[in-house]
Design a protein around this ligand. Structure first.
Ligand SMILES: [Zn+2]
Length: 162
């Protein structure tokens, strides 16, 4: 059995078609243009994963997720084979994505704590630090829950006694 990525219906493999890189059932296939389909999928991903769309300037667009700390947000982009972020919204939950968190904008003491928290959450796949930021790679579908888990530990930093 396969699942239609648009209506979530379970279908026999032979009744699943591919459109614009998605697996869709026969009743959803060709119901929309490729562009409409991509937009619908993006909206449903934003909704399902509780993310929002963010423009960081210069035409760069990301899916984003806030921590409880001001100015500290995750930015998510799909990546190509060279691991470079697309700077466009991800289009498919199976895409390999970069989940980035830049803590250079926040108070440096708090930033150091965030860094430590990220370091000890190294269950994250393919993670790396750079300057004052951090990123890891995973598919959108798998990465979102890991991102939210580590965000929970970061949010808990605010509750710690000084
Ligand atoms: Zn369908």
């Amino acid at each position: 059995m396969s699942k239609c990525q648009l209506c979530d219906k379970q279908e026999d493999e032979k009744n699943i078609q591919e459109q614009a890189g998605y697996s869709v059932c026969l009743s959803c296939d060709c119901k929309y243009t490729d562009n409409e389909l991509i937009q619908l999928m993006q909206l449903s991903m934003l909704d399902n994963y509780n993310l929002y769309e963010f423009h960081s300037g210069g035409g760069c667009m990301h899916f984003a997720y806030d921590t409880d700390i001001d100015e500290l947000q995750w930015l998510i982009n799909d990546v190509d084979e060279s691991k470079e972020p697309s700077q466009q919204y991800p289009t498919n939950k199976n895409q390999r994505c970069m989940f980035g968190l830049y803590y250079g904008y926040i108070d440096s003491k708090l930033g150091a704590k965030v860094k430590k928290e990220l370091f000890y959450s190294s269950s994250l796949p393919n993670w790396q630090f750079y300057d004052e930021g951090f990123y890891f790679y995973d598919t959108l579908e798998n990465g979102v829950s890991k991102m939210k888990e580590v965000t929970q530990s970061i949010n808990n930093l605010l509750k710690e006694k000084k």
